[in-house]
Design a protein around this ligand. Structure first.
Ligand code: F6R
Length: 609
């Protein structure tokens, strides 16, 4: 949530700041602003709305100077408005700050500062930081920043600038990401790598509690007590184009179409050539350790949580270990029963989701073994977990997660086969069957993506309905949950996912003539039961779109329209069945004229609780 950038060097800072913010808009787009130091004074330009609004303002009023910071906001404290936009400054305008996160004790600090005569202009928590800096500055910028950090509590990535020291920027972080890009005679600061990758591939990834004093020629990192820290340079390997739209109208469609590649890359080095087993070189478990695990807890948010539900089916069926799946924001507050024989698996595309990170820390504190499935190398979650499995999906920019989800499912399937192998709960034949099935998945996704016209037509036909239901049983129910979330978040259509057998316990009352019901029927072992549930909604005159496996010659008799996915093992069908649902929500959002990549009220990386 919120994207922050900073620049110090010989060039015009505003050029980098605007370009950098454009790569971080996925983190929030309620407002945007920059502050630039021209050698004498700092000038701020900021405005409500998208970055384009700020650019328009800057066309009329260029900010000159080679030192600057910028921000794109996802509003938490204070509604989106010009005054609540960052950067924020103190009473004098001599101290300026941008912030991602939440200052939890800001109300108390604000009251104290007001009592001392400080005048506040915004409703934000961030503004207290600028006033505290003013309060503490006594000729030494670093000392003042340290005092501010002693005063505040909460989560933050902060970047500070002062009129009095035009040769440096100071930045620090706690539970929110911050990267420093190392240039030649210039340095860059950003919340995420896409903002700096066009300028440098050499980075320092700051850890919690670290503070960096950045000049154009140096980056000096210490802890809060001032003890120097030697940072390792982290080289970014992915290519800059991966974070561009590459001819697609939206990042979301590009990312949907990247799924065959993303899935293949996540699998290849992990499947034995003869399909006999899965190897995870990064996991260091012995048979004994795996046998000792008595419980798995999967914790995640949103789409990643839905991948966790599929993971539960996989691990319980194959590795025969009981699995609980928790929404991360609930996990910490329910006194979970965790011990040293518990394996806590967190799933997070960004590796920065605060609730998931906090749940991971809590599971660790309670003694669990921990593991992360994440897409971002060097992310906070990857650094906190005992072991990490990376999904190799490449950068996911659209707010709605697509390729990260399918690579999470692939990772869960591989992990379950791997665990089952170590626990000897899977036969060689079943293992081989599943692994060869996994190898087919990229081509099968490609096949679905080759024929999107019928899905587009359904989206155009039903895209203006206000309610849509998704039903399914077993693994189809898990996919239904993801389909409903996708539709809600990008097309703003109210969508509900129901375990098909549960409808008759209340929700069936909402099924009336013409209500679209997307019925997933890909699971052979519950197929007849699903057909019965389809009949129940048809009897209430719902319009049913069935999602079924190729070769199913019954389904058409029961539904109004059918979308077929290539025939696959029931375990792997979810990875295919979700693709038409992603496309359906994408085309529904396009039909309704929604901002597909940046849906209202949302942001890509949720680093607040
Ligand atoms: C929905 C979506 C979100 C994320 C959730 C967790 O399309 O993207 O529900 O899945 O915010 O994010 P990560 O995976 O980064 O922890």
């Amino acid at each position: 949530m919120c994207g922050i950038v900073g620049y110090i060097g010989p060039k015009q800072a505003s050029t980098f700041l605007i370009d950098g913010l454009s790569k971080l808009e996925y983190r929030g787009y309620d407002s945007a602003g920059i502050a630039v130091h021209d050698g004498n004074q700092i000038t701020i330009e900021k405005t409500i709305g998208r970055l384009a609004n700020l650019e328009k303002k800057l066309d009329k009023h260029q900010l000159q100077g080679s030192l600057g910071i910028g921000h794109t906001r996802w509003a938490t404290h204070g509604r989106p408005s010009d005054v609540n936009s960052h950067p924020h400054s103190d009473c004098t305008g001599n101290f300026v700050v941008v912030h991602n996160g939440i200052i939890e004790n800001y109300m108390y600090l604000k009251e104290q500062l007001i009592a001392k005569g400080h005048i506040f202009t915004s409703e934000t928590d961030t503004e207290v930081v600028a006033h505290l800096l003013e309060e503490h500055y006594d000729g030494d910028f670093e000392v003042a920043v340290k005092k501010v950090l002693d005063d505040i509590s909460g989560s933050y990535a902060l970047v500070f600038m002062t009129k009095f020291e035009p040769g440096k920027i100071i930045c620090t972080k706690q539970d929110n990401p911050l990267v420093i890009g190392l240039g030649e005679g210039e340095n860059f600061i950003a919340s995420d790598i896409p903002a700096i990758i066009n300028h440098t591939r050499r980075t320092y990834i700051l850890s919690d509690g670290e503070m960096a004093v950045v000049t154009k020629d140096s980056v000096w990192v210490t802890n809060r007590q001032g003890v120097p820290i030697t940072k390792k340079v982290f080289e970014v390997h992915w290519d800059a184009e991966a974070a561009e739209k590459g001819g697609y109208e939206h990042f979301m469609s590009k990312e949907i179409y990247e799924q065959p590649k993303a899935v293949r890359e996540t699998m290849t080095s992990r499947l034995a050539k003869d399909n006999s087993h899965v190897t995870f070189e990064e996991l260091k478990w012995s048979k004994g350790e795996m046998a000792a695990i008595t419980k798995v807890m999967i914790v995640a948010c949103g789409t990643a949580y839905h991948a966790g539900i599929v993971g539960k089916y996989y691990i319980e069926s194959l590795a025969r270990i009981p699995v609980e799946v928790d929404v991360a924001s609930e996990f910490r507050y329910r006194s979970p029963l965790v011990d040293e024989n518990t394996l806590a698996i967190v799933i997070s595309q960004s590796g920065e989701t605060l609730d998931t990170l906090a749940a991971l820390k809590e599971a660790k504190r309670l003694g669990a073994k921990t593991m992360a499935i994440t897409n971002v190398v060097g992310s906070s979650i990857s650094r906190e977990a005992d072991q990490v499995v990376y999904t190799w999906a490449g950068p996911e920019i659209a707010v709605a997660s697509t390729k990260a989800y399918t690579t999470q499912l692939i990772s869960m399937a591989m992990l379950a086969i791997y665990m089952a192998g170590l626990r000897e709960t899977i036969t060689a034949e079943r293992s081989q069957e599943l692994i060869s099935g996994l190898r087919n998945v990229p081509a099968q996704i490609h096949e679905i993506l080759e024929d999107v016209e019928p899905i587009k037509t359904f989206a155009q036909q039903y895209g203006f309905n206000e309610d849509v239901f998704f039903i399914g049983r077993s693994l189809d129910y898990a996919v239904a949950l993801e389909g409903a979330l996708k539709l809600k978040e990008i097309s703003y259509i109210h969508a509900e996912a129901y375990a098909a057998g549960e409808l008759k316990h209340g929700t069936l009352a909402l099924i009336t003539e013409g209500v679209p019901v997307i019925a997933l029927a890909t699971q052979h072992d519950v197929y007849e039961k699903t057909l019965s549930n389809i009949k129940e909604v048809k009897a209430r005159d719902a319009v049913v779109i069935g999602i079924a496996q190729q070769g199913d010659d019954q389904i058409k008799k029961y539904v109004d329209h059918t979308i077929f996915i290539p025939a696959a093992d029931k375990f792997l069908a979810p990875i295919l069945a979700v693709i038409p649902l992603q496309l359906l929500s994408y085309y529904a959002a396009v039909t309704r004229g929604c901002d597909v990549d940046k849906p209202r009220n949302l942001a890509k990386s949720v680093t607040v609780e």
